[in-house]
Write a protein that binds this ligand. Structure first.
Ligand SMILES: [Zn+2]
Ligand SMILES: [Zn+2]
Length: 275
């Protein structure tokens, strides 16, 4: 591999991650990666609950994540670039708490995610047989548009995230759901482009029933056609064996969609890396 960076990785400072930051670095070096960005979870609205959050004390977890990254920057200097990121969930649900989350450290990279709509469960836990899926998906894209237009972040994570689960629990046609939301998806891309933000290509979906990157090649082509410039690539690994998983396919898709570069963020500034 050339200079490739995995820009979406969870350590054991995420409630659902297992590797230490050191283990992430060792694995990345063995795979020939040049950089990793650790993006542990911060569901901003949960800050209010502190230790009582079902995810644990997320401020404490992010502080520890940052500290671990800083220590690995020393250990692996000259071998691997180790960057401070955060996966900022639901940035539009509580602006004040989002600001607080962003002020925890001088991050290199902020990924914005929507894992759940306001007052709803994570899409992972929803029983899709009991709800109006079309309505839920429309609300999802509208919230992503609000995020793309207004939130403070660098790259929009795993666009089409709910589809990963809808695919596993229903026989709904995902392409039809996408067509129904075509206009708002275009608005999301236009907002990213006009604000100089990146779109993430998340390779985790390649190994799920959905069997595609999130978003898929068709959407990525649309982003490019509208003038999209910045694309980040991330495995969303929560275990060491999944680091950079699917990058061969993911990078091919990015190239086929017309991009010559991926983007690596340092000090929240985009750096283009030829692919
Ligand atoms: Zn996520
Ligand atoms: Zn993630």
């Amino acid at each position: 591999m050339n200079f490739y960076c995995d820009s979406h990785l969870h350590s054991n400072n995420s409630f659902d991650g297992t590797p230490t930051v050191k283990e992430i670095c060792e694995k990345a070096i063995s795979l020939g990666l040049s950089a990793v960005t650790v993006t542990d979870h911060m569901e901003a609205p949960e800050i209010l609950l502190g230790e009582k959050s079902e995810y644990g004390d997320m401020v404490k977890q992010i502080k520890k994540s940052v500290k671990d990254v800083e220590s690995c920057q020393d250990i692996y200097k000259n071998k691997l670039t180790v960057l401070k990121g955060m996966e900022l969930g639901e940035p539009m649900h509580n602006i004040q708490l989002t600001k607080q989350a962003l002020s925890i450290a001088d991050f290199d990279f902020i990924l914005a995610s929507v894992h759940n709509l306001k007052d709803e469960q994570d899409f992972y836990f929803i029983d899709y047989s009991q709800i109006n899926v079309n309505e839920l998906i429309t609300r999802y894209f509208i919230e992503l548009l609000d995020t793309a237009q207004n939130a403070d972040f660098d790259s929009l994570a795993h666009l089409t995230y709910p589809f990963r689960y809808i695919c596993e629990c229903t026989d709904l046609d995902i392409q039809i759901l996408l067509q129904e939301n075509e206009t708002v998806i275009e608005e999301i891309f236009k907002a990213l482009i006009s604000r100089g933000k990146a779109l993430e290509v998340n390779t985790s979906g390649l190994f799920k029933k959905i069997a595609s990157t999130l978003p898929d090649a068709e959407l990525l082509k649309k982003f490019k056609a509208l003038g999209g410039k910045y694309v980040t690539i991330g495995s969303d690994a929560h275990q060491t064996e999944n680091i950079a998983q699917g990058f061969g396919v993911g990078l091919e898709i990015i190239k086929k969609c017309g991009f010559d570069h991926i983007t690596l963020y340092k000090n929240r500034k985009p750096n283009l890396i030829e692919i």
